[in-house]
Design a protein around this ligand. Structure first.
Ligand SMILES: Cc1cc2nc3c(=O)[nH]c(=O)nc-3n(C[C@H](O)[C@H](O)[C@H](O)COP(=O)(O)OP(=O)(O)OC[C@H]3O[C@@H](n4cnc5c(N)ncnc54)[C@H](O)[C@@H]3O)c2cc1C
Length: 425
């Protein structure tokens, strides 16, 4: 049972793709860790939005441990690329428990606790909603892994939303002026073919071209003939992508959800008529809301440069993937592997706080690439280690030497590879 006021060394807010590796890494590095989530289960997008497939590279550190454990749990072949949401939840729960992280669920952070000193705001904790009141949780270091920058923005951090203008960060494919356009939302679902039911031709689905991932196989079956020939029993569907006027607004999201259900109705009816069952993700999938401006803003130029920043704390490789964005040939050019700088996790003008996950500091275009789970997972792991180092050394995130983080993450028990030898040209 949580007291009205609690303290810990590292507080991670958001038990998703970035927050879970952050919490595990901080605990393995010796810190006392509390991990909060507003959901009744850990997992973030993999569980509550049905985003149950890693895409992008590399798979290293805790991300690799998670993937290996998922394969073992589902007794899958080496090629499997997606796993049932309940399997993600089970694997995450086990890894968190083994690391000694205290997981607090149904705990929505509604505010930041701050202290002012010498013109700087230091975040020292969060307030959490609790039947008719709030609970305060304070920590030496806080990690905002909410995907929306909830803690950073409550503390006065600088939010970035929508498309940046071309002149903001020198991105040539960006529009002349900033806009409020963000990526589309998608309602994911799983369909299953019970034993004895004939294989249905997925190419007959209206939203089929958006992607259907087949159990046991590591490729998108965009070839109708192959789709028909496959006699597997489980399919992950990128159900339907629709635009949302403002995914920060729950009611606007409700309207987008209604549009998505209507747009999927024919496909669902077809699947049911053919004997398949359908399991819709608990929530519609939101790709983008707030980003939090940091000491460095990752831009398309950074990702394209092929030059790693000196304070690199993770590597990534995944291309620009702006759902619903303008179809510009310049954006579909392949990217080389890139490095994520430590500075992008330090919210401007705030101490005591890191921001990880899809809300860390980057442009609308750049985040469409590095937002995928293996990359934000690796960043989360490094920042968990950084937070534990801050506690041990009694220092603030901005004062910590990123070289110490680089050394610590590459050694046991972290084993996060920062030099990725299989990187594409
Ligand atoms: C439809 C869709 C398809 C995608 N496809 C893929 C894919 O195939 N492969 C891939 O790797 N990535 C994919 N992604 C991207 C990826 O899922 C996300 O970018 C990634 O999960 C972001 O990680 P995160 O830690 O920032 O957020 P999340 O994983 O969403 O975790 C954030 C957590 O914070 C919690 N939280 C939020 N606010 C609060 C609060 N106030 N208090 C307490 N807890 C809070 C949430 O409940 C959640 O558990 C997809 C995303 C979407 C939406």
């Amino acid at each position: 049972m949580m007291a009205q006021h609690e303290t810990t060394e590292v507080l991670v807010v958001g038990a998703g793709a970035s927050g879970i590796p952050a919490a595990i890494a901080a605990a393995r590095a010796g810190a006392r860790v509390i991990l909060l989530d507003e959901d009744p289960y850990p997992g973030g997008a993999a569980v509550d939005m049905g985003v149950s497939a890693y895409c992008g590279l590399p798979r290293t550190g805790i991300v690799k441990e998670v993937e290996d454990a998922l394969k073992a749990l589902e007794r899958s072949s080496g090629h499997t690329r997606w796993f049932m949401p309940s399997s993600w939840m089970t694997v995450y729960r086990e890894l968190l428990a083994r690391a000694g992280v205290r997981l607090v669920l149904n705990a929505k952070a509604v505010g930041a606790i701050t202290r002012e000193r010498g013109g700087t705001t230091r975040v020292t904790g969060v307030t959490v909603e609790r039947g008719g009141g709030t609970v305060e949780i304070e920590a030496s270091v806080v990690i905002d892994a909410t995907g929306n920058g909830v803690v950073a923005l409550a503390a006065g951090g600088q939010g970035m939303y929508g498309e940046d203008s071309r002149s903001d960060f020198g991105e040539t494919p960006a529009p002349d002026q900033r806009t409020d356009r963000v990526q589309q939302v998608t309602w994911m679902y799983v369909s299953q073919r019970p034993p004895g039911v004939k294989t249905f031709d997925m190419a007959r689905l209206e939203n089929y071209r958006r992607g259907v991932l087949v159990e046991g196989l590591g490729w998108w079956h965009s070839d109708p003939d192959k789709a028909v020939a496959l006699a597997t029993s489980r399919y992950l569907h990128w159900g339907c992508a629709v635009s949302c006027a403002d995914p920060r607004d729950p009611m606007a999201l409700g309207e987008a959800g209604r549009d998505a259900l209507e747009a999927m109705a024919r496909d669902h009816a077809l699947l049911r008529e053919n004997g398949y069952t359908i399991q819709l993700a608990p929530k519609i999938g939101v790709r983008e809301t707030w980003r939090v401006a940091g000491d460095h803003v990752i831009s398309l130029g950074d990702l394209r440069s092929g030059i790693y920043p000196e304070d690199k704390i993770a590597e990534g490789w995944y291309g620009i993937d702006i759902w619903g964005g303008a179809d510009k040939p310049e954006l579909s050019k392949p990217l080389p592997a890139y490095g994520i700088p430590y500075r992008a996790t330090l919210p401007r003008n705030l101490d005591g706080l890191f921001v990880v996950g899809r809300a860390m500091s980057g442009t609308h275009i750049a985040m469409s690439a590095y937002r995928v789970m293996p990359i934000v997972g690796a960043v989360g792991q490094s920042i968990g280690v950084a937070a534990a180092l801050c506690v041990q050394l009694g220092t603030q995130p901005r004062q910590l030497d990123p070289g110490l983080v680089q050394k610590a993450v590459t050694r046991a028990p972290q084993d996060l590879r920062l030099e990725w030898t299989e990187k594409p040209a």
